[in-house]
Each structure stands twice: as structure tokens, then as C-alpha cells.
Design a protein around this ligand. Sequence first.
Ligand code: 5GP
Length: 302
Amino acid sequence: MAEHRPVPEVDRAAAARRAVERRRARASLKRDLTMRVVTPQTVLARAVADAESVEGSMRITDFLLALPAIGAGKRDRILQELQISPVKRLGGLGVRQRTVLAEWLDGRFPLTEPRGARSRLLVLAGPTAVGKGTVAAYIREHNPEIHLSVSATTRAPRPGEVDGVHYYFVDDAEFDRLIAEGELLEYAVVHNRSRYGTPRAPIDAALAEGKTVLLEIDLQGARQVRAAEPSATLIFLLPPTWDELVHRLVGRGTEDAEERARRLRTAKVELAAQNEFDHLIVNEDVASAAAEVVELSSSSAH
Ligand code: 5GP
């Protein structure tokens, strides 16, 4: 009989695949929240905009549990306090529930306030393997009007790297001399291995000429620049997702397992520093991330 015909095999397979994809997307979203690749406010806004989205289909209990430093006990107290039923999904919250949840999130996870126009000294930082170097290289190629700082480093050149273009490759003695003579705006040991530092003189010269200067450095360096030049514009580059960041780290294939694990731990700590920055840019694709950086440089020029 026609009405009892079983669901065709192919439909069932497709539905199962969709369910798996959906579960994967939800798991990935949870990791993004935990690792602070996405703000909880953004996830709530997406859920409200589209109840059918991955965000919309997320249970409020899973959402809260994925947030940094919230365990099951705290989660249940929060739900009670906000008078939200634990069976709710984010996309199914009522207007009152959305409002109280949004207010609670803003109190608990304050967003970076855009600080408006700052100086022409831009610092691009972010977690390991997020693609800062690629974005900086793109800007060097497409925006010659921006002065890209060339760092000094004690690490050996990689194939294709040119002394004076990508880095000034120096030995330990020369790096010591640069520090002693006060020639570096900032310097740091990166990945427990080599030393990197920003020569001060070329930056002062470029700024004096009225140019915008871009530094692509690590987090420790960014903090030093903030201390030395409080008006510097600090930009934090975010990966589109945590999974993508992990993929980029592993995909390089140049580090062993122990080194990879260490870099992931570092990346997690680094992501937690994003609130110290003036602007967050998501590195969805290199050209648009670079365009956003350039946009900041032109808006902060006046
Ligand atoms: P790589 O060795 O892969 O070129 O760079 C490793 C890391 O060093 C990157 O995260 C890069 O941002 C950072 N770095 C490059 N130049 C400097 C610098 O002058 N100062 C600091 N603090 N970090 C730098």
C-alpha cells in the first residue's frame, strides 16, 4: 500500500547526514564560545535573528555551560535568577527572556568599546596561526602607503625570506646591542624560542612623514606598545572558528605533537586577551580582513 511505503533509502541517508552536520555545527559553536572566538552576545543576536540557525537551535543550558568559567551549578542558578526554563532553546526565548539574558551577558562579558580615532600607529596581534603574517603581507603588497614595520629576529630565515624585507636577521649579540642602545620599541621571546623586536627609528621616521605605521607582532609586544604609546590603535585578529584555528596550526605540519599542544594552549590564553584591544577583526578571508585594517588606518589618520 502506497501510504505505508518506507522512506526511500536515499532520503533517510540525507536526513541522517543533515542531523550529523547539525550536531557538528553545534559542537563547533560550543568550542567557539568556550575559546572566545565568538562573543555570547553575537550568538544570542544570531539566534534571535533566525530561530532555525545553529545558534537558534542551541539549548540555553548548553549555551551557558559553554561560556568561560560557568559550571552546571552556576548555570542552574543563573537560569533561576533570570527565570528561564532549562528546556528553552536560544531561538525560542521570549522577549523578556532575551532582554534579561542580554543584560546579564553585557554585565558578565563586557564588550570591547570601540575607542574611536586614535593614532596612526596600528598594532596587529592575535593568537598563534590566526594569519596575522598573511594579512600583513597582503597589506604590504596592496597598500604601499602604509609603512609595515620590519622586525629584528634571532631566528634563522626560512626559504624565500629576505633580510631587510621580511625581518632583519640578527644574532644574539646584535639583539643584545639593540636592547642596550634602546633601539627597540618593544621586544619579546616568542614561542619560548627566538627573540623578536620592533626597531624604533624607522617607525618614528614614518610617523614624522605623516604615514600610517603597521606593526604585526605578538601579544606581549602589543602590550608593551600600549604601555609605551597609549594612543596606539590595537587590533586583534580572530579566527573565524576555533576549529579553523586548530586546523591552521596542525595544517602547517611543521611542528611535532608536543609543540602543537603547546601552541594550542598559548592560542587559548591569547584569545582571552582580546578585551584589551581596541578593535576585533575576524580573519574570514585575507582580503577583507586586510581591508578592515586599512579602513581603520584611514579613519584614525585624522
Ligand atoms: P614567525 O617566526 O612565524 O615569522 O613569527 C612568529 C611570531 O612572532 C608571530 O606571532 C609574530 O607576530 C611575532 N613577531 C614578529 N615580529 C615581532 C616583533 O617585532 N615583536 C614581537 N613581540 N613579536 C613579533
